[in-house]
Design a protein around this ligand. Structure first.
Ligand SMILES: Cc1ncc(COP(=O)(O)O)c(C=O)c1O
Length: 388
């Protein structure tokens, strides 16, 4: 039998090939202008991402991590302040809180959308709470209306971690447009990925946007006159030029990811591995089957990741590895159990849904260039693990 063709988790070469000339022309444009820091490319991207995200302001920054850091600095988060967030996210969400001397307070997730459960937030609020950071995990937005309502009632700031969620929607409103700040990442594996690190802060409030803009550049206004202590968190023009080209293709790529998600859904159901409708957010699952991603009815899921949940993860990973099919666990250790947060005092069992997700989730290839044939091979591999 011939060796199976490897199926990577993400194939950025396939994305690049059809837009190669356009991207190279954009890079040339920056090289010819020799305008590398700030300038028209960065300002253009800021305008375009803000508009795409239904926001008034965009502030280009060095990474999604720094977008979170600058947003927290802009609301004067200080040592001893508390910031409520989800334990089931990439490290940066909580790391940026901790770096400022503040305390991440973790509130558990729902096992349907893997996002923070609004009904658990209020019990975590104290007189030191300053902000809430919901994360729109895997490309599906958190339940924002109740989160905003709680924040209003307690006078808290909401910072949306939209690193995985550019273009996703909640009741027709885009990620980054509902909270006081939205924080985006252009890490290469994101749906809108640069040729290196990059990020963006969005805001609708002019004063908050202005403060974030100052902090991004050492708090200077005008140059060499420092009103605040910020840092060098500037996005560079080469990244902006590449991202502006890619932004034009983003909706097409998102449609490809959504088509692939629907196809996986059909294939998993046909294989008898998943139920047609796995029900609402907090459902559990039978050990004999997998839970495929649940799309909440009022959301636009942009599928940065297609993540299943299964009690047989190790067996599936073994077959995928053997068949050279890319996969990843996002994330194996929930944030409240990370070694570096030991001082926060959490222990196993404190946030059971996050801990279960960390034990059972597995991301499969979902990139737009994936073919039906490749998806059939992925589903067959998963099915083989259930037969073993
Ligand atoms: C949810 C989440 N938050 C924050 C980040 C940080 O973004 P970056 O890698 O651009 O610093 C990422 C991406 O890696 C992420 O997935």
């Amino acid at each position: 039998m011939p060796e199976p063709r490897p199926i990577p988790l993400l194939d950025l070469k396939a994305q690049y090939a059809p837009i190669r000339e356009e991207i190279r022309a954009a890079i040339d444009r920056v090289a010819d202008a020799q305008y590398f820091i700030g300038g028209p490319e960065v300002e253009g991207l800021e305008r375009e991402v803000a508009e795409y995200s239904q926001c008034s302001f965009g502030i280009g920054v060095t990474s999604g991590t720094d977008a979170l850091l600058v947003a927290l600095m802009a609301i004067d988060v200080k040592p001893g302040d508390e910031v409520i967030t989800t334990p089931y996210s990439f490290f940066a969400t909580a790391g940026s809180i901790y770096r400022l001397g503040a305390v991440p307070v973790f509130v558990d997730i729902g096992l349907g959308d893997y996002n923070i459960r609004p009904e658990l937030i209020e019990a975590a609020i104290t007189d030191r709470t300053k902000a809430i950071i919901p994360v729109h995990l895997y490309g599906q937005m958190a339940d924002m209306d109740p989160i905003m309502e709680i924040a209003r009632r307690h006078n808290l700031v909401v910072i949306e971690d939209a690193a995985q969620a550019i273009g996703s929607e909640y009741k027709g409103r885009r990620a980054g447009s509902i909270g006081h700040f939205g924080c985006f990442s252009f890490f290469p594996s994101k749906n809108l990925g640069g040729f290196g690190d990059g990020g963006m802060i969005t805001a609708n409030d002019a004063a908050l946007a202005h403060k974030a803009r100052l902090l991004r550049n050492h708090g200077a206004e005008p140059k060499y006159y420092h009103k605040l202590v910020g840092g060098n968190f500037r996005l560079d023009a080469l990244q902006a030029a590449v991202l502006r080209v890619k932004l034009k293709y983003l909706d097409g790529w998102t449609a490809g990811r959504q088509r692939n998600a629907a196809r996986y859904r059909r294939l998993f159901v046909e294989a008898g591995l998943a139920a047609e409708d796995d029900g609402p957010s907090t459902i559990d699952h039978r050990p004999s089957s997998i839970v495929i991603p649940i799309e909440e009815p009022d959301r636009r899921h942009i599928y940065n990741q297609f993540v299943l949940r299964t009690a047989r993860r190790e067996a599936i990973i073994a077959v995928l590895k053997e068949r050279k099919i890319g996969n990843e666990i996002y994330y194996p250790v929930p944030l409240h159990l990370q070694e570096c947060f030991a001082a926060c005092g959490y222990k196993p069992g404190d946030l059971p849904a996050s801990e279960q997700a960390a034990r059972e989730t597995l991301a499969l290839p979902i990139y737009p260039e994936l073919t039906e044939e490749m998806q059939v091979a992925v589903v067959e591999a998963v099915a083989a693990a259930y037969k073993a």
